[in-house]
Design a protein around this ligand. Structure first.
Ligand code: ADP
Ligand code: MG
Length: 448
């Protein structure tokens, strides 16, 4: 195996455990500079990403490399000028002549759309057919059929894919001014433009659009200034029959700290959900992706995956990538037994393998803290937050009593624990980045 093949196979694993945004931000431009026996040197484009990989992802990276080649025990990080540019990263280096298609980032700078997302690759089955039908109607009659179109559903179910497919299709067919933006980007643009006193020109720019797509709109929860400005943009667009498309992880009525008037605007058009795919849908997705990626996987193995990976499309894709990578490296076809081993950590149900100690040590590890500091009474500021996270996980995942959680942290009062659990619960709900962080910690707790 060459170092490129090694990295490619490790990325196939990492891509599953890391969110799409984080993967794009931290892994796309990293390379293996050198691989000697048990030791791997990773090159990063700058010192910030060097730090970040080392701090946040070291154990994920080591684990992924180690799974591909069990000899590997040591990983170091360097800033390197040798890094390939984005354009050269995709398509990826072939693994034994066959290529695994990673998510390619083909950003259209005019629209903000990723041209990779299209209707052709969007698989329609019972779990998403309503959302798909609504999206098609919007393509046929933008601004007239359903306005706004509000698509909601859990992570990895294809909301972003569907929204962007609509945008790309309209962009192909008509001369329309289209803008795709994620709500957290929109929030930072609005905040920055208020600060720079350019909010009026930003609003004007947005109000000229024919199609505005805002992804993950739940992130404007609690952002009052943004909501205020967005309300005006929304109305201006609506009045001139520009199409507005929104996605969210929940219904408008369930978004906390969202102004009433926005809630009712969001509910005023078409609200459709994407639910979790049933077995038939999961099987169809796997079947189609295998063809799309030009791989061959036994039908028995696909049955196994469809039965055991149930949450969402992204997890199905992740499992499939991993199987394909494995098959390519071992050069022979997988059977169910091997697939079971390769996917062990994805199929195991949570809570089974967690213990309070495991949770606490994973949190300490993630935030790079001493276990002693985390569980002692110290009031050091950088310990307080991780400690609250640990309390939250103990409560949420192990259903420990507040009293017993307090005891694990040097006999803290149960009211302190209650406060911590509620606070983190709320923040996780409102802050996507924190939600990502918590899921990365869970990955450590349950992933091994
Ligand atoms: P969400 O925005 O709901 O979290 P995404 O749109 O990012 O989900 O989808 C996660 C991954 O699954 C993406 O790679 C996407 O292309 C793929 N995917 C989701 N739904 C479908 C589908 N119906 N057909 C094909 N691929 C899909
Ligand atoms: Mg999304």
């Amino acid at each position: 195996m060459t170092k490129e093949e090694l990295w490619q196979a490790a990325l196939a694993r990492l891509q599953f455990s890391v969110s799409r945004a984080n993967f794009a931000a931290w892994f796309k431009e990293a390379v293996i500079l050198d691989w000697q026996g048990d030791s791997v040197s990773i090159g990063t484009p700058n010192s910030f990403s060097q730090e970040w990989l080392k701090k946040k992802y070291h154990s994920d990276i080591l684990k992924a490399l180690n799974e591909v080649c069990s000899k590997i025990k040591k990983v170091d990080y360097f800033v390197s000028k040798q890094n390939r540019t984005r354009a050269e990263v995709s398509p990826p280096v072939p693994v034994n002549t066959k290529q695994i298609q990673f998510e390619e980032f083909q950003l259209n700078p005019r629209t903000g759309l990723n041209t990779r997302y299209n209707f052709k690759d969007f698989i329609v089955a019972s779990f998403n057919e309503m959302a798909f039908a609504a999206a098609e109607a919007v393509v046929r009659e933008p601004g007239r059929a359903y306005n706004p179109l509000f698509v909601y559903g859990g992570v990895g179910l294809g909301k972003t894919h569907l929204l962007q497919a609509v945008g790309n299709k309209l962009d192909e067919e008509d001369e329309m001014k289209i803008r795709y933006i994620s709500a957290d980007k929109l929030v930072s643009q609005i905040v920055a433009s208020i600060y720079e006193r350019s909010i009026e020109s930003l609003k004007k720019e947005l109000q000229q659009l024919d199609v505005l797509i805002v992804d993950d709109i739940q992130f404007i929860a609690g952002k009052e200034k943004t909501q205020e400005e967005f309300f005006h943009v929304f109305n201006a667009l609506y009045e001139k029959n520009s199409q507005i498309i929104l996605s969210s992880d929940r219904l408008p009525s369930a978004i906390p700290a969202l102004e009433k008037r926005l809630k009712s605007r969001f509910e005023g058009g078409m609200v459709v959900d994407i639910s979790r795919p049933d077995y038939e849908s999961r099987r169809a997705i796997l079947e189609t992706k295998v063809k799309e990626w030009k791989a061959e996987i036994d039908s028995e193995v696909l049955d196994y995956v469809a039965t055991n990976i149930q949450n969402n499309v992204r997890e199905l894709e992740g499992a499939l990538r991993r199987l394909i990578a494995h098959q390519n490296i071992k050069k022979n076809k997988l059977n169910t037994e091997v697939a079971q081993k390769v996917l062990k950590d994805l199929t195991r149900t949570q809570t089974k393998s967690a213990s309070p100690q495991k949770i606490i040590s994973s949190v300490a590890d993630f935030y790079d803290l001493d276990l002693k500091d985390l569980t002692s009474a110290t009031r050091k500021k950088d310990v307080a937050f991780p400690r609250q996270i640990a309390m939250y996980l103990l409560r949420k995942d192990l259903k420990k009593s507040y009293l017993s959680i307090g005891n694990l942290f040097g006999g803290r009062d149960h009211t302190t624990v209650i406060y911590a659990c509620h606070k983190i619960e709320k923040e996780v709900d409102q802050d996507g980045r924190l939600a990502d962080e918590v899921s990365m910690i869970r990955q450590r707790i349950y992933g091994e």
